[in-house]
Write a new protein. Structure first.
Length: 247
């Protein structure tokens, strides 16, 4: 049976103080039409929605937990609990749903059952970091999270560095805040001295940091990234970078 409602992909805040600069006014009207929400962290989703002052109690809304451990079968059961003509919202923990985010499972199911999918505009730490990095936006790859185990991570870093040089391609990856420093230290230890590395942390917050330097320069003055959120790291070898970049 086809769904006549719409599945809205609702970007969330990257920084607590960024609400007014991140979302257009028409979001509120759309969100007011939604009574069912899929969210990675229910407490965060409720706090985010409260900023919209929807005019109805949060307690009247229905929330479904959708995280990395949620199975496809569970997601399918969520949809069965919602009437076909009702709208559904997916709220990411931070940034855009479905991008390095378990919301993609629900989006895929919505397509299978004929439900309209509508992405809403909002902040993406990945694209904001790329835009501000000065690295090539003509050809880039997002890898999500690199391996946790050190030997595997070093192997991945060397392969990405070689690919950046061979294919003139910017590599983008991110890390959880408490593992930022180990990743950063491995990058400056393993990448070629001429490789350009951009570190973007606390994007859209008052203490936002976006800095691009060569690996050789980072070695001279490294950065402490411990527990800094929203920290994508675009890397690119400038030796074979294209002469024109578009963003």
């Amino acid at each position: 049976m086809n769904q006549t409602g719409t599945l809205y992909l609702i970007p969330s805040l990257l920084a607590e103080d960024s609400y007014h600069q991140a979302f257009p006014a028409f979001h509120k009207e759309i969100i007011q039409s939604i009574d069912y929400f899929f969210a990675e962290e229910l407490r965060t989703a409720r706090r985010f929605l409260s900023k919209y002052q929807l005019g109805k109690p949060i307690e009247q809304l229905r929330f479904f937990e959708l995280n990395k451990d949620t199975s496809k079968a569970t997601v399918a059961s969520y949809f069965k609990e919602i009437l076909p003509d009702k709208n559904i919202g997916i709220i990411s923990e931070a940034g855009c749903p479905g991008v390095a985010d378990p919301g993609a499972i629900a989006v895929n199911h919505a397509h299978k059952i004929g439900m309209k999918v509508k992405p809403l505009v909002g902040p993406s730490s990945i694209l904001l970091a790329l835009m501000a990095s000065g690295l090539s936006g003509q050809s880039f790859t997002f890898y999500g999270y690199l391996p946790i185990e050190k030997a595997e991570r070093i192997k991945a870093i060397k392969e990405l560095d070689a690919d950046a040089k061979a294919n003139k391609r910017t590599q983008i990856f991110m890390e959880t805040p408490y593992r930022n420093n180990p990743l950063f230290n491995d990058l400056i230890a393993q990448c070629q001295p001429t490789t350009q590395l951009c570190v973007a942390a606390n994007i859209m917050a008052e203490d936002e940091t976006i800095v691009t330097k060569s690996i050789a320069e980072w070695k001279q003055k490294p950065m402490d990234l411990h527990k800094k959120p929203n920290c994508p790291m675009p890397a690119n070898n400038p030796a074979l970078r294209g002469s024109k970049h578009h963003g």
